[in-house]
Design a protein around this ligand. Sequence first.
Ligand SMILES: NC(=O)c1ccc[n+]([C@@H]2O[C@H](COP(=O)([O-])OP(=O)(O)OC[C@H]3O[C@@H](n4cnc5c(N)ncnc54)[C@H](O)[C@@H]3O)[C@@H](O)[C@H]2O)c1
Length: 248
Amino acid sequence: MKVALITGGAGAVGAAAARMLALDGFAVVLADIKTDQTAAVGAEIERNGGKAIAITADLADRDAPARIVGTVEKAFGRLDCLVNNAGRTGASTIGSVDADEWNAILGLNLTAPMLLCQRAAPLMAAGGGGSIINVASRVYLSGTGVGYTSSKTGLIGLTRALAVQLGKDNIRVNAVAPSFLNTPFNKRLVEQNSRLAESFKKMSPLNRVGAPEDVAGAIAFLASDRASFITGDVLHVCGGTQLAPQPD
Ligand SMILES: NC(=O)c1ccc[n+]([C@@H]2O[C@H](COP(=O)([O-])OP(=O)(O)OC[C@H]3O[C@@H](n4cnc5c(N)ncnc54)[C@H](O)[C@@H]3O)[C@@H](O)[C@H]2O)c1
């Protein structure tokens, strides 16, 4: 049985990706700081006939990646897919950002994925290869908060570097870049600007905002053998909002 490790597995995108990967036949390992919610997602997947393990982990802790991958190795002896999905926002303006908050964002959104890739790659290679999917964001094109944008743009840089370095082990490394999704992640932003969802909807030629399942579909595709010759790429899950604006 193929095995997928999903960080932020208790969240909207992480849980949707875990459900979809479980339907595709993966045993899923969910790693998240929220113990109860992670266990609940795992239990739901098991109830539906899948195999799931829930791990409580704070990915701001530099030792967490080694512990998580160690648990995967002990439980399954293999790893076929890593989804670096846990993320946070904050540190929005250059005038207000402080170094501690900057480091916290970069730590979770970029350093933890790098450490997880470092630990996961040898286990994947030993099993004949695998797929790493980094959950970036459309902000790498549009720019927004300084910490968040820098971390997600860095994650795309990591994706490209590792695609080059790990290809020899048949490990593909790609990113997905979602646009605004209707998830609790955006609660604060929506409170500040109640028209945000509507304006993203208008920007999309498809005239809607994205759902976690839209991102999960892209993740499941990149995890599958159907994407076997795709590496170093960014799959935009943006409903066309990544395109330059059209003239009226
Ligand atoms: N929601 C959006 O509009 C949107 C758009 C583009 C990209 N993204 C990215 O998608 C990913 C998932 O977003 P979501 O909408 O599902 O958000 P979410 O808040 O529902 O899920 C994020 C998960 O990460 C977990 N997490 C946070 N800090 C952690 C830590 N220190 N250690 C372990 N786990 C931790 C949270 O507990 C949560 O379950 C994020 O990386 C986000 O940046 C989201």
